[in-house]
Structures are given as structure tokens and as C-alpha cells.
Design a protein around this ligand. Structure first.
Ligand SMILES: Cc1ncc(COP(=O)(O)O)c(C=O)c1O
Length: 434
């Protein structure tokens, strides 16, 4: 310290010296912060992630992600003029690109424009909104439903608004990021339980339910990494016994599970009122963009009148609303799309297992992982398949632990039997050569 600085301490008590030293340190920090131009400070892990996406060699994935595709994202996709057999799409029932769905979206644009240009509360409401909410509520047999402009933001908004400090949110350890974000926003106490383990949930609730105002249990209808399904009746029983609320995210089960595609509730034949919040996205089986919460009328009304992400956000766009409504109508009229999807998924798993491929815990859904157990091998396999005209993306560390790195296949009702067989055979051959 310079002499001028040290003289400032002369004659001070120990306590005064400490206070002055802290003040001088704070002043120094402020001076150094003010000296550099303002900028965002990124977490150190970001540099590693960025390198991963930029790296131009063996370990990099820049050539696989953010690919610019042309045309529909369906059973086939086009990149740089080449047509690929595609297993990277949530278009489970082929509704995006269906002529009736596209026609409904175009008609809605002609009548209402491309945006409703306001919150629904203040001039944004159009008849299509309530028609779609009523149709979804009837479809999942709930009292009412509310639309949000994104699937992710549906979870964030609903959980973030319905839960609060002093509440407990207990979710599956593989739960989607949107649910974790919702619980964070709510400032609720969070307790993840091991994947698909109702006994572990039971124990958490035994220990912690008593301290919480509300307890909310959140699970998914189909888990998007592994394609497995929770034992819903068991989760209902546990939630009820502990007087906890139950929410099911049907992003990957709506249109996929159940004889007519009504989702996991139909799959298990439960009474729909046993689940407090049914959540779904419009971006998968419903060929659109947005999400919904369906449940008791009083809960939906509370969200409609008070959830900031609904009240202070624009209404769902006319083409998005009309497309989802038309997709739901198509689904009702053509339930064979669901049985075809289920048959194709079964075929994929059967053929893969017969070829010695590890399909993990997937069963009965449209998400099928092929477990590889190495990020590098998964990337190489994805590239080898791409060379053979097949698109299936790797899920690698850090998204999953290194020993569970895999390729993930999304099956669609529009995949042909021969295409499923071709994809499985090519995967087996390419993997054997790595
Ligand atoms: C389980 C789950 N919930 C919510 C979402 C978010 O939906 P969206 O992509 O429609 O915003 C996703 C996205 O894939 C998801 O997998």
C-alpha cells in the first residue's frame, strides 16, 4: 500500500481499520468495474460448449446441429438438395404438412392476419382461441383449458405462477428444463426423485410434505430422452395419499399413447380428474406452436385472469391456433394414424433388438434411443448414417452422462415399414464398422 494509503490507518482502532480496509476494497472494485466497457459475463462452462459447436474435427458437432433443412420436417427432410430419411422430427402423426391442417392455417391468416397483435385480454381474443381450448378440454376430458404461446413457457408460466415460496415441487430427475425453470421462477423448494421411481417420491413426500403449503408432483407422459413411460396409476395413488397435486407433461405422449391418441390417461384407463394439471405442447402431434394447461375450471380461470405470461403476452397467432385445431379434428377423424405410429415404433424396437442394438428402456412410445455409451462413437454413427441418407441425431455428454450417450430416433406414423427396416439395418451395419 502507498504511504498516503497507510497513513489513513494511523490512530484508528482495530475495528475502524477493518471497516476502512473493506471500504477501500469496495472502492477499488467499483473503480475496476467502471474502467472496462459494460459487457455480459458468461459462465466458464460456456467456452467449452462453444468450442464443441465450433470445433472442426473429430470431436466437434458443428456439422450435425443447426443444420439448415428445406421443406417439411416429417418422415423425410431435405438438406442441400439431398432427400434424407428423417428421424429427427416431432411430427409424430404427420399433421404438419397435412393439406387440411395447412388449409386451415391459411384460411385463418386470410381472415385474421398472421398475428392477433394484442393480449387476448385487450382485443387479441378471436373465436379460434376458445374453440381450440374447448376442443382440448373435451379431448383430455378436463373442465377447461388455457393456451400459451409456447410449450416451454406454458410450464414456466403455470408452475411459476401457481407455486410460490413455501411450496414444494417434486419432479422426476429427467424432467424437462421448462418445469425446472417454472419451479425456480416460483422460488419453491425443489426435490427431484430418481427417474421413474415412485417409491423414492413416496419417501420424499413422507419426509417433506408436512412442511409445505402446496406440494406439486410433476412427471412426463413419455420421457423424451429414453422414450419410457411412468406408472401413472402408482403416481396418482402416492400423490393422493400425501395430499399433493399432480401435473403430467404430455409433450411426447399426446397423440402417441392410448388407443385413440388421447395420451397417457387413456393408455392406463385412469379417470382424467385424478391428474390436477394436464400440460401439452402444440408443437408435436398438433403441428403448431404453443402449449396448453387443462384441468379444473377454477384453476384455468385463475391462470387466465392472473398469470403474467398469459395476461401480458400476445394471444396465440391465428395460423398456429387454426393449425392445432385442424390437427385435433384430423386426429379424431383418423385414429388409425395413432395405431400406425404405435405399430411403426414397435417394429423399430423389435428389429433393433433382433439386430443386437440396445434400445434402453423405451417401450410403447415414439421415442427410441439406440444406446452407444460413447459421445464420440455416437457422433461418428450419426455422421455415417447421414452419409447413407438417414438423419438421427446424437445425444451426447454433457446433455447425458458419457456412458449413456446415444442416437435418438423419433418415429412418425408416416414412416413406411421398409423405411423403418432400412434405418435399423443401416444403424447396425454402421455401428459394427466403427
Ligand atoms: C417434455 C417437454 N415439455 C415441454 C417442451 C417444450 O415444448 P415446445 O418445444 O413446444 O416449447 C418440450 C420440448 O420438446 C418437452 O420435451
Amino acid at each position: 500500500m502507498a504511504d498516503g494509503g497507510s497513513r489513513r490507518f494511523d490512530g484508528l482502532t482495530t475495528e475502524q481499520k477493518r471497516a476502512l480496509a473493506e471500504k477501500m476494497l469496495r472502492e477499488k472494485q467499483t473503480r475496476s468495474r467502471m474502467a472496462a466497457p459494460a459487457s455480459f459475463i458468461f459462465p466458464p462452462e460456456f467456452a467449452q460448449l462453444r468450442d464443441y459447436f465450433r470445433f472442426d474435427g473429430f470431436k466437434g458437432v458443428a456439422d450435425l446441429f443447426f443444420q439448415i433443412c428445406d421443406g417439411l420436417n416429417a418422415a423425410h427432410a431435405e438438406i442441400d438438395g439431398r432427400r434424407y430419411l428423417n428421424f429427427c422430427s416431432y411430427n409424430y402423426l404427420g399433421m404438419s404438412g397435412d393439406p387440411a391442417v395447412s388449409a386451415a392455417a391459411k384460411e385463418a391468416i386470410d381472415r385474421y392476419g398472421t398475428s392477433v397483435s394484442a393480449s387476448r385480454l385487450v382485443s387479441g381474443e378471436r373465436p379460434l382461441h376458445r374453440q381450440l381450448e374447448r376442443a382440448i378440454a373435451d379431448w383430455v376430458r378436463a373442465e377447461d383449458a388455457l393456451l400459451f404461446v409456447g410449450g416451454f413457457s406454458t410450464n414456466e408460466n403455470a408452475i411459476g405462477h401457481l407455486m410460490g415460496a413455501g411450496d414444494l415441487v417434486v419432479y422426476d430427475s429427467l424432467i424437462h428444463a421448462s418445469i425446472q425453470q417454472g419451479a425456480k421462477l416460483a422460488r419453491a423448494t425443489v426435490a427431484p426423485f430418481p427417474h421413474n421411481n415412485p417409491e423414492a417420491l413416496d419417501k420424499i413426500l413422507q419426509r417433506r410434505r408436512g412442511d409445505a403449503r402446496h406440494a406439486l408432483v410433476v412427471i412426463e407422459g413419455v420421457y423424451s430422452m429414453d422414450g419410457d413411460i411412468p406408472d401413472l396409476p402408482r403416481f396418482i395413488e402416492i400423490a393422493k395419499r400425501h395430499n399433493a397435486l399432480l401435473m403430467v407433461d404430455e409433450a411426447h405422449s399426446m397423440g402417441v399413447l392410448g388407443a385413440t391418441g388421447r395420451g397417457i390417461g387413456e393408455h392406463f384407463g385412469i379417470s382424467p380428474g385424478d391428474v390436477d394439471l394436464w400440460m401439452g405442447t402444440l408443437s408435436k402431434s398438433f403441428a403448431s406452436c404453443g402449449g396448453y394447461i387443462a384441468g379444473r375450471a377454477d384453476v384455468v380461470e385463475y391462470l387466465r385472469l392472473t398469470a403474467p405470461g398469459f395476461v401480458y403476452s400476445v394471444g396465440l397467432s391465428p395460423p398456429d391456433t387454426a393449425a392445432a385445431l385442424a390437427a385435433l379434428e384430423q386426429l379424431k377423424a383418423e385414429p388409425e394414424r395413432v395405431s400406425t405410429l404405435q405399430a411403426r415404433a414397435r417394429l423399430f424396437i423389435e428389429r433393433a433388438r433382433a439386430a443386437g442394438l440396445d434400445t434402453g428402456p423405451s417401450h410403447g412410445s415414439a421415442v427410441v434411443p439406440i444406446m452407444i455409451g460413447s459421445s464420440v462413437k455416437s457422433v461418428l454413427l450419426s455422421r455415417a448414417l447421414m452419409e447413407r441418407g438417414i438423419l438421427a441425431l446424437p445425444i451426447i455428454y454433457p446433455a447425458v452422462p458419457e456412458n449413456t450417450a446415444r442416437l435418438r430416433f423419433f418415429i412418425s406414423s408416416t414412416h413406411g415399414v421398409d423405411e423403418i427396416e432400412q434405418a435399423v439395418a443401416a444403424t447396425g451395419e454402421c455401428l459394427a464398422r466403427l
